[in-house]
Design a protein around this ligand. Structure first.
Ligand code: DHB
Length: 393
């Protein structure tokens, strides 16, 4: 083979390879790696989120812009080092086009540098610390921030005769956000925080902390516990008799989580919290969501983590429609910015400046309806942006 022949052959091979590559691109599935806690203390978030992903795909099909959607679900047990190792495997071996999920803040943060390096979206559907979206330009969020729920809660408390509060939070990033944003807004409203208590995230024994809170004689305790810990917290609150001496529970709605609310007993009737989703939300779309979700999952009620996952799938589908199936990470993130839609929780959008969610926050009271306990919404704070990021501007 002379030199000219060699060059021609190489060029022809490259051209063929290039073409084959293009064809493979069109036929290849879009791969989404969900990293979620399917085991361990945060498993209710994984279970609720996976049920919502499956429901979304059952309702909307598994093909978008001519490409099949392949969801890979991996269990990180809510351990950040595990999330990071799994993310690496998903990027390198599975060649996923997007990462999604993240049941707790430390797991979302651990993966942020990998999303930046791989230039693929990291869609946070569960975790709620403000700073997460600032850790990578590829992070977009469909869950919430603690401050989003907490600031309206502080306004409501200030306007409804609550004067002295003991703050009680899980001692990690979202708890710290909740504690600070409640304190700032509540004191601005003339309220007083008489004690700030933090308890460990892992296997907390709430009893001694609740005793301390009771001894401080507040009108209410402001509480943040992550999804899954609401039931044991409320059980110990009642066992210690804090309700009997007139102390109310207030806080973001994680404590009266729909996943466990119905098992808490009638003593929680009247508890007021602020949050972005209640299974009782009055809309046709939510009625359909709840009934199809319960039907597909043996009566399991959808909670706020489930809608984060459901809306995450919607965001992925709509972004792919906008890019015509192109999975380039920069194009996907650009397509996600500014998207607006109606969620089972109400109207939502992705803030194009921060990639964080903008949503209504509702004040709700636990009531019994048809023999079941629900967070019944009675006031709405509209189109709330993350207050912590808004304050930095
Ligand atoms: C986080 C986790 C939760 O389960 C929750 O309810 C709120 C926040 C978090 O780790 O960010």
């Amino acid at each position: 083979m002379d030199r000219r022949q060699f060059l021609t052959t190489t060029a022809a091979t490259l051209a063929a390879g290039g073409l084959a590559g293009t064809q493979a691109f069109a036929a290849d599935p879009v791969k989404i790696g969900f990293i979620l806690p399917m085991t361990g203390p945060q498993q209710s978030t994984g279970r609720e989120t996976v049920a919502a992903i499956k429901l979304y795909m059952a309702q909307h099909g598994d093909t978008v812009a001519g490409r099949k959607i392949e969801v890979i679900i991996k269990d990180d047990g809510a351990v950040p080092d595990t999330s990071k190792r799994i993310a690496q495997e998903l990027i390198v071996n599975e060649k996923v086009h997007m990462l999604a999920g993240f049941g707790v803040t430390p797991c979302a943060l651990a993966v942020a540098p990998l999303a930046t390096e791989a230039k693929i979206p990291e869609l946070v559907t569960a975790a709620g610390t403000s700073i997460i979206t600032e850790r990578s330009p590829y992070i977009v969020r469909t869950s919430f921030t603690l401050a989003q729920s907490t600031v309206p809660m502080a306004d409501w408390a200030g306007q409804n005769g609550i004067k002295k509060v003991v703050s009680m939070v899980s001692d990690y990033a979202p708890g710290v956000d909740a504690e600070a944003s409640f304190r700032d807004q509540f004191t601005k409203n003339g309220g007083q925080i008489i004690e700030s208590i933090r308890f460990p995230l892992a296997n907390p024994d709430f009893a001694p902390f609740l005793q301390r809170a009771k001894d401080a004689k507040p009108g209410a305790i402001f509480v943040f516990v992550p999804a899954g810990q609401g039931a044991p917290f409320v059980k110990q609150f009642l066992e210690r008799g804090l309700d009997k001496v007139g102390i109310k529970i207030i806080g973001p709605g994680d404590v009266t989580d729909d996943d466990v609310l119905n098992g808490m007993g009638d003593q929680v009737i009247g508890t007021v919290t602020a949050h972005f989703y209640s299974a009782d939300h009055e809309s046709a779309l939510n009625k359909k969501y709840v009934s199809e979700f319960e039907k597909a999952n043996n009566g399991m009620r959808p909670n706020f983590m489930s809608v984060g996952g459901y809306d995450g799938m919607h965001l992925i589908y709509e972004a792919l429609k906008k890019t015509n199936g192109d999975t380039n990470g920069d194009k996907l993130v650009a397509a996600m910015k500014g998207l607006k839609w109606e969620s089972p929780r109400g109207p939502i959008s992705i803030d194009p400046d921060t990639r964080d969610i903008v949503q209504n926050v509702y004040i709700r009271k636990v009531e019994k309806k048809n023999g079941q306990l629900y967070n019944v919404e009675f006031a709405t704070f509209k189109d709330i942006k993350d207050p912590i990021k808004a304050a930095k501007k």
